[in-house]
Design a protein around this ligand. Structure first.
Ligand code: NAD
Length: 438
C-alpha cells in the first residue's frame, strides 16, 4: 500500500443545498492560512508575498433589503471577497446558505486564487455569498434577492474585473438573473462574460454542469494509477449528491469503480454491489433533488460513509467533515476532495500518518473553474464549442495539473495537499514579483 511517509513526507448545477455544518467551530480561513503558511515555509517565500497573499485584496459587505411574498421587507447580509487579482480578474462562485459568513467567504476566495493557479488559468480568486436559506424562499424572493445583490455589486463585477459563478445554493437560473440585471445596469449592453455557469441558451458552456465531477473522476483515476490500483478493483464512497457528487459518482462508475456508498443532507446509503448511479440520478431528479425516501441499499449515517472501508472517499458536500475527531477512523486509501475544504487543517497530520493519498480540493475540483474559463473565452469570441471539444481541452489541463502537483510531492517529499499549495503559491508570488512593487 502506498504511504505518504514512503515519500518521506516532510511536512449551473441545480442546487438544493440544505447545509448542516457538523463542525461550526472550525474557521475555514484558519485552515486555509495554516496550509498557505506551510507552503510558504517550504518555499521560503519572501516576506512581501507572504504578507500580500495572507489577506484578501478587497472585502465588500452589503445589506440587501428584499420585499418578501408576505409583504415584509427582509434585510439579507451579502459578501464579495476578492482575494487576489495578481494573475487576472478574480473568479469564484456565489453561495446562498445560512452558514455564509465573512470567514467562510474569505477562505473560499483564497482557495480560488490557488485553484486557478494550480490549473494555470489567467485568473485571480474571489468568492461571494448571501446568508439565506434558498430552500425556504420562493422563486420570486430569490430573484429579487439576486437582483439586489447584483445591483449592490455592480461596480465589483465585470468581465475583466470579477467574474462570479454558481456555488452551493445557486444555479444556472440564478446566473441568468445576474447577467440580465448586469445588462440593465449597464445601459443594456450585454456582457455574458461577466458571469459563468449560465444556462446554455444564454451563453453557458457545454460540459460545464458535469465539469467539476469530471475533474474529480480524472484526478481520482490518475491517483489510482500512482497507487497501482485499477478502477475495476476499487470501491468508492461519495458524500453529497448534488452537482459535484452526482457527476463524480456517475463518471467514476462509468470507469468501472463500484460506488458502494452515497449520501446527501437527508441520509446515506450503502450497497456492497455498487449503486446504479444513473438510476439514483433519475430518482433524485424526480424527488425534488434529494435522496429522501430512497429505498435501494442499506441505510447508514454520513459518518459511517466517511469511515467506510473503501479505496476512494470523495467528500463532495461541505467543509470540515473530516476533523481531528474522525480522521483516525478514515479507512479509505485515497481521498479526492470534490468539495471545498472538506478536511480541516487539524486532520492533515493524522491522515498523512495513516498514509492516505489526498487529492486536495484546489486540484480535484478545479475542473469546474476550468470549463468556466472556457465559457468566458467562448462568450468573448462569440464562438461556441461542442461538449467533446470542451472535454478534449479540459481533461489535459486537469491531467497536467495533477502531474505538476504529483512531481512537487515527490521532489519535495511533501504530501499532495502541501504540494498543490506550493505549486500555486509559487506561481502567484512570481506574478507578484513580475508586476513589481508600488
Ligand atoms: P450542491 O448544492 O449541488 O450539492 C450539495 C450536496 O451536498 C447536496 O446533495 C446536499 O444534500 C449535500 N449535503 C449538504 N449537507 C450535507 C451533509 N451534512 N451531509 C451529506 N451531504 C450533505 O453543491 P455542489 O455545487 O455540488 O457543491 C458541493 C461542494 O463542491 C461545495 O463545497 C462547493 O463549493 C464545491 N465545488 C462546487 C463546484 C461546482 O462546480 N458546483 C466547483 C468546485 C467546488
Amino acid at each position: 500500500m502506498y504511504r505518504e511517509s514512503d515519500a518521506k513526507a516532510a511536512g449551473g448545477e441545480a442546487k438544493t443545498a440544505k447545509k448542516t455544518d457538523p463542525a461550526p467551530h472550525i474557521n475555514p480561513y484558519d485552515s486555509m492560512l495554516a496550509r498557505f503558511n506551510q507552503a510558504a515555509d517550504v518555499l521560503k517565500l519572501d516576506a512581501r508575498s507572504r504578507a500580500v497573499l495572507s489577506v484578501p485584496e478587497k472585502v465588500v459587505q452589503v445589506h440587501l433589503p428584499v420585499a418578501m411574498d408576505d409583504g415584509r421587507t427582509e434585510v439579507f447580509e451579502g459578501y464579495r471577497v476578492i482575494h487576489s487579482t495578481t494573475m487576472g480578474p478574480s473568479k469564484g462562485g456565489i453561495r446562498y446558505s445560512m452558514n455564509v459568513d465573512m470567514d467562510e467567504v474569505k477562505a473560499l476566495a483564497a482557495w480560488m486564487t490557488f485553484k486557478c493557479a494550480v490549473v494555470e488559468l489567467p485568473y485571480g480568486g474571489g468568492k461571494g455569498g448571501v446568508k439565506c436559506d434558498p430552500t425556504k424562499m420562493s422563486i420570486g424572493e430569490l430573484e429579487r434577492l439576486t437582483r439586489a445583490y447584483t445591483a449592490a455589486m455592480s461596480d465589483v463585477f465585470g468581465p475583466d474585473l470579477d467574474i462570479p459563478a454558481p456555488d452551493m445554493g445557486t444555479n444556472a437560473g440564478v446566473m441568468a438573473w445576474i447577467v440580465d440585471e448586469y445588462q440593465k445596469i449597464n445601459n443594456n449592453h450585454y456582457y455574458p462574460a461577466v458571469i459563468t455557469g449560465k444556462p446554455i441558451e444564454l451563453g453557458g458552456s457545454q460540459g460545464r454542469e458535469a465539469a467539476t465531477g469530471r475533474g474529480v473522476m480524472t484526478t481520482a483515476l490518475l491517483g489510482l494509477q500512482k497507487l497501482g490500483l485499477r478502477p475495476e478493483e476499487c470501491r468508492a464512497a461519495v458524500q453529497g449528491f448534488g452537482n459535484v457528487g452526482s457527476f463524480a459518482a456517475k463518471l467514476l462508475s462509468a470507469q468501472g469503480v463500484r460506488v458502494v456508498a452515497i449520501s446527501d443532507h437527508t441520509g446515506a446509503f450503502y450497497n456492497p454491489d455498487g449503486f446504479l448511479i444513473n438510476r439514483v440520478i433519475q430518482y433524485v431528479k424526480a424527488n425534488g433533488g434529494t435522496l429522501a425516501g430512497f429505498n435501494e441499499g442499506q441505510k447508514i449515517t454520513n459518518e459511517d460513509l466517511l469511515t467506510m472501508d473503501v479505496e476512494i472517499l470523495a467528500p463532495c458536500a461541505l467543509e470540515n467533515v473530516i476533523t481531528a475527531a474522525n480522521a483516525d477512523k478514515i479507512k479509505a486509501k485515497m481521498i479526492v476532495e470534490g468539495a471545498n475544504g472538506p478536511v480541516a487543517a487539524e486532520a492533515d497530520d493524522i491522515l498523512n500518518k495513516k498514509g492516505i493519498f489526498i487529492i486536495p480540493d484546489i486540484l480535484a475540483n478545479a475542473g469546474g473553474v476550468t470549463v468556466s474559463y472556457f465559457e468566458w473565452v467562448q462568450n468573448r469570441r462569440g464562438h461556441y464549442w461542442t461538449e467533446s471539444e470542451i472535454n478534449d481541452r479540459a481533461d489535459p489541463i486537469m491531467s497536467r495539473a495533477f502531474e505538476r502537483v504529483y512531481q512537487a510531492h515527490i521532489l519535495h517529499k511533501i504530501p499532495m495537499r502541501l504540494a498543490a499549495y506550493l505549486v500555486a503559491v509559487e506561481r502567484v508570488s512570481k506574478g507578484l514579483h513580475l508586476k513589481g512593487k508600488y
